[in-house]
Design a protein around this ligand. Sequence first.
Ligand code: BTN
Length: 135
Amino acid sequence: MKRLFAALVLILVASAANAQTAVPAPSQWKNQRGSVMQLFYWSPFSKRLYGTYTNNAPGFPRCAGRGYPLWGESDGKQITFTVVWSAPFLENCNSTTVWAGVIKGKKISTRWVLSYKDAAGNPKTLRGRDFFTLQ
Ligand code: BTN
């Protein structure tokens, strides 16, 4: 009986630790800069996700205020996603941002790398962190 109880507790603890295996979609997330990530679709099979990203960040006036296509991958715990800052009918910033991080409940914590070209056409990168909250 004791062993059965111990096994049950083990199963419960293991499943609680494994609880977050799905990405909520459709869903809307906002980061500390006011930018908005819309996730339209996440596949539990391929792990791929699709959505849009609206940059509202102070200090990033280019490609702002409009939703750019976003795609990425997540197993429900780790997440990576990419935005290429050019799309039909939208400003082309000749830049790309890749975010990578972790999902914990209603929070996503990421590090990002923005790749762009400076005025002379030389490739540059900028790095930072974004923290998203489920709306
Ligand atoms: C560009 O300036 O070339 C395009 C816009 C980049 C916006 C960046 S991406 C990382 C950071 N987080 C945001 O929400 N916006 C800025």
